[in-house]
Write a protein that binds this ligand. Structure first.
Ligand SMILES: Cc1ncc(COP(=O)(O)O)c(C=O)c1O
Length: 375
């Protein structure tokens, strides 16, 4: 029977305790939220909401077409100029998601005959970019510049290395300066995904590449999402102007995708302007992450020291991780739960995201609930 195999897969998932379900979030949830990626607490900020509303009133509900046809508004251009300027790059290109931005950057920069060196801990969207690219991918050990060097030493030109700047599962940072040095030795480009760095790391939230002294480098390309610290939706690629022009002409997720909706564009622009005015939000997100980590480890939890705003807490097994997250929820705390197959190392975790707008009382409450519900 057609699709019969799907039911077999579903049964196997149920047996393994790995069924995923959707849980709609009420608009006025009473839960303390350490599960979202709203690092700076901007998603519901009045200025960001007004940025979205004003853009929708002026430009309509949708972009109406792909960016190359009718989908580019003045707002897209403004956001691109301001993002590039903020992060210190020559140019930027906005996409409908960070996922699409990653597919674009990797596929357009890895033509036939090229090599892509990819960190084993990279986000699924970079992995999918590698899968779609015409070049050959070599996966290397996590955060290991020597492994990158070794892979590049076998490469024909052109070659790129792709890496998250902050890895989404454990929240650890990539050794960006060393990776850039390794790439330079072999004339390779470096493509980094700063989804979890923008708004959190670097001077006033200018991102991990800025913090590593790589802003504006001619051989570095950065992808970002607008859906985490900027509290909106969408993605962007930042880099040298000729790379951005190349993406306009060659990146299929730019050419064949409807432009980012005006509301999301307006919200991201408002968030970026607010972050410029209130740069202390970035430092506060990092401070909250460190406070969560310190208090969790002091109460006996095994947690990874956060390099940005993601705090990962080890759970004994996939089942217990799911139950732990559910018990937290019943006690009023929303946390993320990572378990195989989303985590290739097989280690299940609770994943907490530090938000700049959390109070000391809320941090204590979160740590208390995680301790009280520990399996
Ligand atoms: C590291 C990383 N890159 C890319 C993305 C995708 O971004 P978007 O949600 O904007 O598609 C995410 C998560 O959403 C992510 O965590």
């Amino acid at each position: 029977m057609a699709f019969g195999w799907i039911d077999e897969q579903a049964a196997a998932r149920r047996r393994a305790g790995l069924v995923r379900t959707l849980r709609p979030r009420p608009a006025d949830s009473p839960l303390l939220d350490l599960a979202s990626n709203d690092y700076l607490g901007l998603a519901r900020h009045p200025e960001i909401i007004e940025g979205a509303a004003e853009a929708a009133r002026r430009w309509g509900g949708g972009a109406t077409g792909s960016r190359l046809v009718t989908g580019t508004t003045e707002l897209h251009g403004e956001l691109e100029r301001e993002l590039a300027d903020f992060c210190g790059f020559e140019a930027a290109l906005v996409f409908s998601s960070g996922y699409a931005a990653n597919l674009a950057a990797v596929t357009a920069l890895a033509p036939h005959g090229s090599l892509v060196v990819s960190d084993a801990g990279n986000h699924a969207s970079l992995i999918d970019g590698c899968r779609l690219a015409r070049g050959t991918t070599q996966v290397v050990a996590h955060a290991d510049p020597d492994a990158v060097r070794k892979a590049l030493s076998t490469a024909k030109s052109p070659a790129i290395t792709v890496s998250d700047t902050v890895f989404s599962v454990d929240g650890d940072a990539a050794p960006l300066a060393e990776l850039a040095a390794a790439c330079r030795e072999y004339g390779a480009g470096l493509v980094v995904d700063d989804a979890h760095g923008l708004g959190v790391l670097g001077d006033g939230g200018r991102g991990a590449p800025h913090a590593a002294g790589l802003a504006g480098a001619p051989d570095v390309v950065v992808t970002v999402t607008l859906s985490k610290s900027l509290g909106s939706q969408g993605g962007a690629v930042l880099g040298p102007a000729h790379v951005i022009d190349h993406l306009v002409n060659a990146a299929r997720t730019f050419i064949f995708d409807t432009g980012l909706a005006p509301a999301a564009t307006g919200a991201a622009l408002a968030a970026l302007r607010l972050l410029r005015r209130e740069p202390e939000r970035a430092a506060r997100a990092r401070e909250v992450a460190r406070a969560l980590h310190t208090r969790l480890t002091a109460s006996g939890h095994e947690a990874v020291r956060p390099d940005a705003a993601v705090v990962s807490v080890r759970a004994p097994s996939p089942d217990q991780a799911v139950r732990w997250a559910a018990d937290c929820r019943s006690a009023g705390l929303a946390v993320g739960c990572f378990r195989p197959p989303s985590v290739p190392d097989g280690v299940s975790r609770l994943r907490l995201t530090a938000r700049a707008d959390l109070t000391e009382g809320q941090i204590d409450r979160a740590v208390g609930i995680i301790g009280d519900t520990r399996p």
